[in-house]
Design a protein around this ligand. Structure first.
Ligand code: ATP
Length: 392
């Protein structure tokens, strides 16, 4: 069957506002007078489809409505407005231990899940072994769940979901509870699951995991869809939004309207030129940038460099920290770095070098400078970079 496994249409969820001691009484009066109780919307007007073999990551700040959305999709919550349509065998790993009987042992809970899935006797015997091996919780499998650590609950929960081989897997940050090696094992399992045609709905604050596991992403901001599309586009916009917020916050912290003066970028030269006019560079030619930072108390600095096409498309980024680069000189409070691209493979067009100065620990961006340049050449290939290639 084709068609979406999940279809969400104009979905909304709201809760009554109960935030002040007098409000309950006021609500009661409103109800008695036949007036609606005031409500706060947690989700509003959310629509999207999840097709078979699709992997959709849901991102957003704390309180944006991500868990609420997953609970509406799994049916734990009912919508206030709109609809959720769902089909296929669902494996959901959301709340810790939800679905487990805490007085029963791990083994008994496995049997319980097997019963719910309608597995045959032979299937149960085979899969029980698989589950126990995957969960790897040793003798605890014969202890009641209430004696488990939260990490063990997740181990067993994930092992059962993996054995069910769902058509649609819904999961969230719950995996982060397990230790690192188990987390890696789960991520590997999910990767294999997606590669083999499984469908995934995954909530995470880790852009790394979202990009690794999902093809598309949906960004929820204050209960509404802020962006929905290709995972790299959406996560880039999300990170840029947070970068802007952090920069504005840093300015406010310092009581400054503009850029903080501590790590100010005072000079970025391209091939020795500092002028306003964008310098010309031959495609495949050399680009040498020198970046000077004014570090008011001579504290060390981290430089972030990005190559960006004129339309904003990011091409390449690195930092002095990633490359282990040291300044080429320090004169009092002026610290200078140099970076050289010996053979810049960009295709002809307009670009800029974007430079950020950060504190040495990389907590905060202090200043940003863009230097435009033009790449000249007679190349007729299309795209961003000239990749070495041959025919035949
Ligand atoms: N039962 C409830 N009654 C009232 N408000 C609620 C209820 N459940 C959730 N909320 C509110 O709904 C909003 C969205 O919560 P939700 O847990 O879905 O966010 P989230 O994006 O998953 O956040 P996080 O990343 O912190 O897990 C929050 O402001 C939360 O306080």
């Amino acid at each position: 069957m084709t068609g979406p496994l999940v279809s969400v249409r104009d979905l909304g969820k709201s809760y009554p506002l109960h935030n002040s001691p007098g409000r309950n009484a006021r609500d009661l009066v409103r109800v008695l007078l036949g007036r609606p109780v005031e409500r706060a919307a947690v989700l509003e007007g959310v629509s999207f489809d999840v097709l078979p073999r699709e992997s959709l990551g849901i991102i957003g700040e704390n309180g944006a409505g991500k868990s609420t959305l997953l609970k509406l999709i799994t049916g734990v919550l009912r919508p206030s407005i709109g609809n959720v349509y769902r089909r296929g065998r669902v494996g959901a790993l959301l709340e810790l231990g939800a679905g487990f009987d805490r007085d029963l042992t791990g083994r008994q809970n496995i049997a319980l899940s097997a019963g719910l899935q309608g597995w045959s006797g032979a299937q149960i015997r085979e899969r029980e072994q698989q589950i126990i091996e995957f969960a790897d919780i040793g003798r605890y499998v014969d202890e009641p769940i209430k004696h488990y650590s939260s990490g063990m609950v997740v181990r067993l929960g994930f092992a059962i979901v993996a054995a069910v081989k769902p058509e649609l897997l819904i999961t969230d940050e719950v995996l982060a509870v397990g230790d690192e090696s188990f987390q890696k094992k789960c991520i590997r399992w999910i990767e294999g699951y997606v590669e083999e045609g499984g469908t995934l709905l995954f909530v995470s604050h880790s852009m790394y995991h979202i990009q690794k596991l999902c093809r598309h992403a949906l960004w929820l901001r204050s209960g509404r869809v802020a962006a929905y599309g290709d995972v790299f586009d959406v996560t880039r916009d999300y990170l840029a939004y947070h970068e802007r917020l952090a920069a504005a916050e840093a300015d406010r912290d310092m009581g400054l309207g503009g850029v903080a003066s501590d790590l100010r970028l005072v000079r970025v030269s391209l091939n020795g030129e500092e002028g306003e006019l964008p310098p010309d560079i031959e495609s495949g030619g050399r680009l040498e940038a020198e970046v000077t930072v004014d570090s008011s108390d001579a504290q060390p600095v981290r430089i972030v460099l990005g190559l960006v096409r004129a339309d904003g498309t990011a091409i390449f980024g690195t930092t002095s920290e990633i490359d282990g680069a040291e300044p080429i000189r320090q004169e009092g409070r002026l610290i200078t770095f140099r970076v050289v691209f010996d053979a810049l493979p960009l295709l002809p067009g307009s670009y800029s070098l974007r430079v950020h100065s950060m504190d040495h620990e990389g907590h905060r961006i202090f200043d940003t400078l863009d230097r435009a340049f033009t790449v000249r050449g007679r190349l007729r290939e299309v795209g961003l970079v000239n990749l070495p290639h041959r025919w035949g």
